[in-house]
Design a protein around this ligand. Structure first.
Ligand SMILES: [Zn+2]
Length: 249
């Protein structure tokens, strides 16, 4: 599903996405940098759903094996579970914050939220993590080129430790891939997990609300192709009133 001149939506489950893949996957975006393509997040990594993801990438006119890098917003399994398949099947590099790399490399099902979500019946019983080497450990402000575009990592902890957003610049409208830091209409997602931090979430929203961009591409729910910087600013408006932005669920 083409969203802008250089961003396609190629994955996302039926509950919090657009049903492009069948598992409880986060949105998966493809960035087309011309000579190079990359993904933002890669879903839960169930084999059937990953095959659907590959088919969607092909239907959009790209060879999945040409994906150079998967930029992961955070270590939760619905975003990062597929990294081992992205590495094995596609030969892609894996980029994630230095603070989250250990969760990916150790396949830590507790820290990734997978064990709890599986026990709660949110994720299917066959959902598992496989240890995967991280190629690029990102720190705040790091920038990587994807063809003619540039992706900047913005540390945005709060939803979980090590969370990061990605700002796409260079060609066409600037776009923010917000992960689960903030959603449509300034909604947020706080969960009863040890590394969720309300104050850090507020500070991260303030960082995102200070950015100017057109397209707003969060990890779940509605996407916006123009005027998207209103969404973190709506969350900031609640914080400015000493309130807590409303939850997405
Ligand atoms: Zn998520």
């Amino acid at each position: 599903m083409k969203l802008t001149d250089n961003v396609h939506l190629v994955g996302g489950g039926p509950f919090s996405g657009f049903g492009l893949t069948s598992a409880p996957d986060s949105h998966v975006y493809l960035v087309d940098g011309g000579s190079e393509i990359a993904l933002i997040d890669c879903g839960l990594g169930l084999s059937d759903s990953f095959t659907e993801l590959e088919a969607n990438i092909a239907a959009a006119g790209f060879d999945p094996r040409d994906i150079s890098t998967v930029f992961v917003t955070h270590h939760h399994a619905d975003h990062a579970g597929g990294v081992h398949l992205a590495g094995e099947r596609l030969g892609a590099r894996i980029a994630i914050s230095a603070d989250s790399a250990h969760v990916i490399e150790a396949a830590d099902e507790k820290a990734s939220g997978l064990a709890a979500a599986r026990d709660a019946g949110v994720f299917p019983s066959e959902a598992k993590l496989t240890p995967t080497l991280v190629d690029d450990r990102l720190a705040d402000g790091d920038e990587l080129d994807v063809g003619d575009t540039r992706i900047r990592f913005i540390a945005t902890p709060g939803h979980c430790a090590g969370h990061g957003a990605y700002l796409l610049t260079g060609v066409g409208h600037d776009a923010l891939f917000a992960g689960d830091a903030v959603f449509w209409a300034g909604r947020i997602l706080l969960q009863a997990v040890p590394d969720c931090d309300l104050q850090a979430s507020h500070e991260s929203i303030s960082r995102l609300a200070a950015l100017d961009f057109e397209a707003f591409f969060p990890g779940h729910g509605a996407v916006t192709v123009r005027g998207g910087d209103m969404h973190p600013r709506m969350a900031q408006a609640e914080i400015d009133k000493l309130g807590i932005p409303k939850g997405i669920l």
